[in-house]
Design a protein. Structure first.
Length: 201
């Protein structure tokens, strides 16, 4: 009988603690309005890869310029106003510029040490300075001009030959190949022969 009362006391205390912690969270953080998601997948089931912008536009008409969504367990905020976008991307950019680093991203970037995936910190600022001085200075960028001009003329020739033969021109594929070829030549000094594999993307 004593065990039953002890167990009941422990369960009721745990239940009360959970309710109080939920209430504290609600007081601390009130997310923007948005559609309610399903328990495990959130709002993921509503997304269409081809018409995401249409979905956001419909949500904006219902919930306003700031919309809260959930993708699996990750919260997401969609901004649909030019004024708010300026505030987010310029005024408060230092507070909002970090991205969550996935397990795969951590492995690929050696724990977030590369420029693309590194969180905003003193390390990232130093890396950017080195990048701008040694790779993106106006003198250095100007030295790559012949490569860029050559790749652009090749792209234009390809578009011209495809359009003159009345074939459908897949610009996405051509621009992807152009950017890969240009960056490959600038960074490593050669065009890669596996560029035809990019058609898979």
């Amino acid at each position: 009988m004593l065990i039953f009362f002890l167990l009941l006391a422990v369960l009721s205390t745990t239940f009360l603690a959970i309710i109080l912690s939920k209430n504290n969270k609600k007081r601390r953080f009130r997310p923007p309005p948005g559609p309610k998601g399903l328990p495990l997948i959130g709002n993921l089931h509503r997304f269409e890869s081809s018409n995401t912008h249409v979905y956001y536009s419909k949500l904006g008409k219902v919930y306003g310029p700031i919309i809260a969504l959930r993708l699996m367990s990750k919260p997401m905020v969609v901004i649909q106003s030019a004024r708010l976008a300026t505030e987010v991307l310029q005024t408060h950019d230092k507070n909002l510029c970090n991205r969550p680093l996935s397990a795969g991203g951590k492995r690929l970037s050696y724990g977030g040490l590369d420029i693309a995936l590194s969180p905003y910190s003193k390390y990232l600022r130093e890396m950017k300075k080195i990048l701008y001085v040694h790779l993106l200075s106006s003198k250095k960028v100007e030295s790559f001009a012949p490569i860029r001009q050559e790749e652009v003329s090749r792209l234009i020739q390809e578009v011209s030959s495809l359009s003159s033969s009345s074939k459908v021109v897949n610009l996405s594929k051509l621009v992807l190949r152009f950017s890969c070829s240009t960056s490959g030549r600038i960074t490593l000094g050669k065009t890669f022969m596996f560029l035809h594999y990019l058609s898979a993307f």
